[in-house]
Design a protein around this ligand. Sequence first.
Ligand code: DX5
Ligand code: ZN
Length: 213
Amino acid sequence: MPLIAPSILSADFLHLEKDVDFVNKNADIFHLDIMDGVFVPNISFGFPVVEAIASEAKKPMDAHLMIIHPEKYVERFAKTGVGMLSFHYEAAGEYSLSVIKQIKETGMKAGMAINPDIEVEKIFPFLKDLDYVLIMSVFAGYGGQKFIETSYQRIRVVKNEISRLGLDCMIEVDGGVSPANAKKLSEAGADIFVAGSSVFGSSNPENSIRMMR
Ligand code: DX5
Ligand code: ZN
């Protein structure tokens, strides 16, 4: 059964406690989108919000860094109690392996995210060191975008390589995930579904999660 990670980016920031409770009761992971206005055009939220969520979260927190120089903030995220931290391959490039090691040294799980226009094979050299891969099924930066259909094949390619190498690396998919594509994503090999608008934008979020499972 896939794990469901609602994206707090689509939550109600005026009543965040309500949505944090919702995730505690109905989902598996808090997905926290961190944007710097440089790596992506948008700016989201930072440490005060992450710390506030951490104070009420009863499920693991997964921070998705869409920022340049992710290495600068690894320690700080570890201190907030985040258990899973991903950064973009495009942001760290040549020094990606050192960022992965830095994340793992803090005790957090290390993930590498990749945008839809980058060949997925680029992350193959890092798979054996990663706890999870975050395959973007929209371009990082905004919630509520349309799912990109080529993502199924990208997930299959990464899943095959993980199986070929006999690794214990999970696949997280992020962007436009909904009850309409969940089954196909699961068949392609996705283990964790990030879902923003299909959960918090739904008139029946519990049902939306149930259908995705
Ligand atoms: C996009 C973020 C996503 C986003 C998903 O840059 O990484 O996590 O919040 O939102 P939906 O599910 O609405 O596409
Ligand atoms: Zn995300």
